[in-house]
Design a protein around this ligand. Structure first.
Ligand SMILES: Cc1cc2nc3c(=O)[nH]c(=O)nc-3n(C[C@H](O)[C@H](O)[C@H](O)COP(=O)(O)OP(=O)(O)OC[C@H]3O[C@@H](n4cnc5c(N)ncnc54)[C@H](O)[C@@H]3O)c2cc1C
Length: 302
């Protein structure tokens, strides 16, 4: 019996309500809309189900992969031999305690920002247009328009590999990096420290940032946002543009004409197309400018 079948049977026994899917295509769970199947995916509907999935996986020596909204993820066309725990729908609580907003790891940032607005709390406006979950955003220290998670996250409640819950305040934030980057802890809840603000001003700032995104970003195509990290002292998009690479194509993948930092899926792109295009862009930018671009997107099975 394969390890994933043993894990399935163990989970069915120990946590019969947990939703499990065998051979689930990852293209359904990534904003690039590419990626082959994984042998087993769990979709917990509560923190207790998430804990059961994590501890059973580690007991069977299978390291789980925690999936949020898949908006910063590239998965191989043949899939990946990994147990995926998708934390979105089950961890979707969003509430405030004074000036603290507490969001489940699966709450989308747009919802968290709207929840803050409803309570007259400012600080999360920058995150409203980032299409990730609270857990994914903390892992990546996601940021935009001079804001980033490190400025507003006070603490994170996470699950350790043995299924214990702990509250962490030293979060190891760096540029698009945090303590959670090593993939060993599942983020259950995020505590955002916000300030009282004027709801009309908060709404105005959110609308303004969305307008700027729509104007500058190819939101009509599947992508993972900016494919490369910002190199020291510059912007990846500016370097790619400067090298004349806007519009460059491999199969169904293209360097966006609208925003050179975005690699987009024009329809029918494979992961191999996207990876080949990333390689071409990196080689050309290095050849012409001497700058080595580093991918921002996380990968599975590559
Ligand atoms: C159109 C578009 C625009 C974007 N704009 C921005 C932007 O302005 N700024 C920016 O920073 N990013 C941007 N992104 C990238 C992306 O939205 C962010 O990186 C986001 O934070 C990823 O969240 P996610 O839930 O989709 O994470 P996923 O892609 O699912 O996962 C990313 C990483 O987080 C980990 N992870 C996810 N959830 C958890 C959890 N609960 N516990 C532990 N680990 C977890 C995963 O294992 C993985 O390592 C954009 C993407 C798109 C498609």
């Amino acid at each position: 019996m394969d390890r994933f079948q043993s894990l399935t049977e163990c989970l069915q026994r120990e946590c019969p309500t947990l939703e499990l899917r065998r051979g689930e295509p990852m293209s359904r769970h990534t904003t690039f809309r590419v990626g082959g199947p994984v042998p087993l995916m769990a979709l917990p509907r509560s923190e207790a189900e998430a804990a059961a999935a994590v501890s059973a996986a580690y007991r069977m020596e299978l390291r789980p992969f925690f999936l949020g909204n898949g908006s910063n993820l590239l998965v191989a066309d043949r899939g990946a031999e990994v147990f995926v725990i998708k934390v979105m729908d089950g961890l979707n609580l969003c509430r405030t305690e004074g000036q603290t907003l507490i969001a489940g790891g699966g709450v989308l940032l747009a919802r968290a920002a709207n929840c803050a607005l409803e309570m007259g709390l400012t600080g999360l406006e920058f995150a409203h247009g980032i299409p990730g979950s609270a857990g994914g955003a903390v892992t990546m220290n996601a940021g935009a328009y001079d804001g980033e998670m490190s400025q507003v996250v006070r603490a994170v409640v996470c699950l350790t590999p043995n299924g214990e819950t702990c509250r962490v305040t030293e979060l190891g934030f760096g540029y698009r990096h945090s303590l959670f980057d090593d993939g060993s802890r599942l983020i259950l809840r995020v505590e955002f420290a916000l300030q009282p603000g004027d709801p009309a001003a908060i709404r105005g700032r959110m609308d303004e940032l969305i307008r700027r995104r729509r104007e500058k970003q190819p939101l009509e195509y599947p992508s993972a946002g900016s494919t490369f990290k910002r190199p020291p002292g510059g912007y990846a998009a500016a370097l790619i543009d400067q090298c004349g690479l806007k519009g460059l194509r491999v199969g169904g993948a293209q360097v966006s004409e609208k925003h050179a930092g975005f690699l987009i899926n024009l329809g029918g792109a494979s992961c191999a197309d996207i990876v080949a295009l990333m390689d071409k862009v990196r080689d050309e930018v290095y050849r012409r400018t001497g700058v080595e671009l580093e991918p921002e997107v996380k990968t599975l099975g590559l």
